[in-house]
Design a protein around this ligand. Structure first.
Ligand SMILES: C[S@@+](CC[C@H](N)C(=O)[O-])C[C@H]1O[C@@H](n2cnc3c(N)ncnc32)[C@H](O)[C@@H]1O
Length: 209
């Protein structure tokens, strides 16, 4: 099943099924971004808008991009707010957004589905103003090496999605090649599991001024 179709099917239960990765990502996003100032945000792979409500607490404008019609439908139902718009977009194609409009771009739990990081980092860098931030929160590569990947339950059994592993060095090199400087790298653990493999990696980059 294609990734897009899988998320169309997952959309009905995405917000409600048991999902430690989703829940930890929400906490990590708030803890990280509450220390930053931002007003114009692009949310890559916004899904059902799980993180959009927090972004709207600080932002004047949020544009959510995602290629899953069904995930976007869920997101649109949550917000009756002229500051937010959602656009059906394949992140591996060209994004229909002006350059240098964002002071924050977020990307949560998306890049494991995208083979070529450079396509995303290159466009993100173009859409960011100088000094703007790119925040990435993804399943930690160590977790991926141990076999974890996005999956959900269906009537026919567990549906595993197509995923790609990105090493930490790949994130850092791709950012460097796109004028994005590393500000912060954090590892996020499940509660009471701080000596186990981290679940998430959080990266904050800043576009060179
Ligand atoms: C695990 S969900 C995360 C959703 C949201 N960011 C969150 O943290 O809850 C992954 C999302 O990425 C989207 N996605 C994956 N590959 C994509 C692509 N190439 N273009 C656009 N969206 C994509 C999926 O449709 C899905 O909504």
């Amino acid at each position: 099943m294609s990734i897009e179709k899988a998320y169309n099917s997952w959309a009905t239960q995405y917000d409600t099924n048991i999902n430690k990765t989703r829940d930890l990502d929400k906490k990590a996003t708030i803890k990280t971004l509450q220390r930053f100032e931002f007003s114009h945000v692009i949310e890559l792979g916004c899904g059902t808008g799980k993180n959009t409500a927090f972004l709207l607490e600080k932002a004047e404008r949020v544009i959510g991009l995602d290629f899953s019609e069904e995930m976007l439908k869920k997101a649109k139902l949550k917000f009756n707010d002229s500051r937010v718009t959602f656009q059906k977009t394949d992140l591996t194609a060209s994004w229909q957004i002006d350059d240098q409009i964002a002071d924050l771009i977020t990307c949560n739990l998306v890049l494991e589905h995208i083979k070529d990081l450079d396509t995303v980092f290159n466009q993100a860098s173009k859409k960011l103003k100088k000094g703007g931030y790119l925040f990435i929160s993804e399943l930690h590569p160590f977790k991926q090496y141990a076999g974890s990947k996005a999956k959900f339950e269906t009537e026919a059994g567990i549906q595993e999605l197509e995923t790609y592993i990105h090493h930490i060095s790949e994130y850092l090199d791709t950012a460097f090649n796109n004028k994005l400087q590393l500000l912060e790298l954090k590892e996020w653990f499940d509660e009471d599991a701080e000596h186990e493999i981290p679940r998430l990696i959080g990266l904050v980059f800043q576009k060179l001024k």
